[in-house]
Design a protein around this ligand. Structure first.
Ligand SMILES: [Cu+2]
Length: 122
């Protein structure tokens, strides 16, 4: 009986993982372009919104992360290629300073890489 229970739980976990990565709510790609408007990124429901942010090359920028997900998964945002990371406060804006960078794509994620986004420098 216990073995059966363990197997059922295992299958449910696999189903949950498959759902999360392949079948879940359609992840729309939203894009934000730097300009006069403040670059705000909402951190909620497993996605950064927008999850693609364009910045001009060779210029510093400030991103405003608004974390509305209290789970520990969303606590940090990491830009590994830029050596930038920040701890995000819940339900508040956290400013993240992005140094001037060469053109390219710079992924950013939460510390567990469930949340994913891309910084496009061009
Ligand atoms: Cu995470």
């Amino acid at each position: 009986m216990l073995t059966l229970l363990v197997n059922v739980i295992g299958l449910l976990l696999i189903a949950a993982i498959v759902w999360w990565f392949w079948l879940g709510p359609k992840r729309h790609t939203a894009e934000s372009v730097s300009g006069s408007e403040k670059l705000q990124i909402l951190v909620k429901d497993g996605v950064y919104e927008p999850d693609r942010i364009r910045l001009p090359a060779g210029e510093e920028a400030t991103l405003h992360f608004r974390r509305e997900d209290a789970s520990p998964c969303a606590e940090y945002v990491l830009f590994p290629d830029l050596e930038v990371s920040a701890q995000l406060a819940v339900n508040r804006d956290t400013e993240v300073h992005i140094p001037a960078a060469e053109p390219g794509e710079y992924p950013f994620t939460c510390q567990m890489q469930m949340y994913r986004g891309t910084l496009v420098v061009e």
